[in-house]
Design a protein around this ligand. Structure first.
Ligand SMILES: Nc1ncnc2c1ncn2[C@@H]1O[C@H](COP(=O)(O)OP(=O)(O)OP(=O)(O)O)[C@@H](O)[C@H]1O
Ligand SMILES: [Mg+2]
Length: 298
């Protein structure tokens, strides 16, 4: 008799555990992080790719989306030749899984292509199909990193407003800093619950990296009443260009270089910041919600 009661108790415990597991999975969303800058050519694509790879190396599952309307950067940087992009998925010719390509270190990549502009004008059926597809991968990844083009175009702004978090990239050049500030200002008042991160790229040394970041943070604090979370800086390193020429990510080619160490520290700061819950509610956000926001449904 006792045995039977014990068995029943065990069964009830198993069911409870299963339900808890399913609930936890349901609430786990992919963190959508957009990489942006005011001025062009400051290193967004380089950082998006190398931070994504560093996150992979640190045990995270990452999907990288190329949303730059200009040149399709990320695939060229890796010497990949994607056959399909978001456009083919929007047209209904391909499923999401068909357009995702495999990068190094287990990184997944979604080539955006002309599909990025099409997002703004979707009919209801296409939209539903797109959201069902995107829902399938929500939670499958820890991070979705999105590389954007430079500047305050409507497209880029809607990406920034829809993201869970934004990483702003600037160099120490005054024009790059003022353009980055302009960008922060453009979205600051329209954003809630988002973490604004900053990376200073191409610094001459650590001191410059720290000083530029602190200055930027102070200005945002004082004039926009906005908290900027400094992720770190990356040294100006000629080997970065070498990576591009050889169509390999530079943290893979030169993992012991100072710039690679800088990238690793940025990625681990990002993980720590997320784990500490700077970017709070895991029930909000996610890939599906990001695209819903972009197309004005959420
Ligand atoms: N830390 C660095 N040290 C040296 N060179 C760098 C560094 N970061 C980026 N670069 C170089 O700067 C150039 C521009 O980089 P990248 O293409 O990543 O910028 P971007 O912001 O994506 O540009 P765009 O606005 O055109 O999309 C590239 O030639 C790249 O090799
Ligand atoms: Mg780029």
């Amino acid at each position: 008799m006792n045995d039977q009661a014990e068995k029943l108790r065990q069964m009830a415990m198993d069911v409870k555990k299963q339900i808890e597991k399913e609930m936890a999975q349901e609430f786990k969303h992919t963190r959508v992080i957009v990489v942006a800058s005011g001025k062009g050519g400051v290193g967004k694509s380089t950082l998006a790719l190398n931070i994504a790879l560093s996150l992979c190396n640190q045990g995270k599952k990452v999907i990288l989306m190329d949303a730059d309307l200009g040149l399709a950067n990320i695939d060229i940087m890796l010497g990949l030749l994607p056959k399909y992009n978001l456009h083919h998925m929007i047209q209904g010719k391909k499923n999401l899984k068909d357009i995702i390509i495999a990068g190094p270190e287990g990184l997944s990549i979604i080539p955006g292509g002309s599909g990025i502009t099409e997002l703004a004008n979707l009919d209801e059926n296409t939209l539903k199909r797109l959201l069902v597809e995107l829902g399938k991968i929500d939670g499958e990844f820890d991070y979705m990193i999105i590389d954007t083009g430079a500047g305050i175009s409507n497209n880029v702004i809607s990406f920034l407003l829809s993201a869970d978090d934004v990483i702003f990239v600037t160099t120490p050049e005054p024009t790059s800093m003022t353009d980055a500030y302009g960008m922060v200002k453009a979205i600051a008042r329209r954003s809630t619950g988002k973490t604004f991160y900053l990376v200073v790229n191409r610094v001459v040394d650590n001191i410059e990296g720290v000083l530029v970041a602190e200055k930027f943070k102070l200005v945002c604090d004082r004039f926009l009443n906005l908290h900027i979370n400094i992720l770190g800086h990356v040294i100006n390193e000629p080997l970065v260009g070498e990576g591009i020429r050889r169509q390999r990510a530079f943290i893979e080619l030169f993992p012991r270089s100072q710039a690679a160490k800088n990238i690793d520290s940025i990625a681990s700061n990002l993980i720590n910041s997320n784990d500490k819950g700077t970017s709070k509610d895991i029930r909000n956000g996610g890939i599906k919600r990001f695209f819903k926001k972009i197309i004005g449904m959420a």
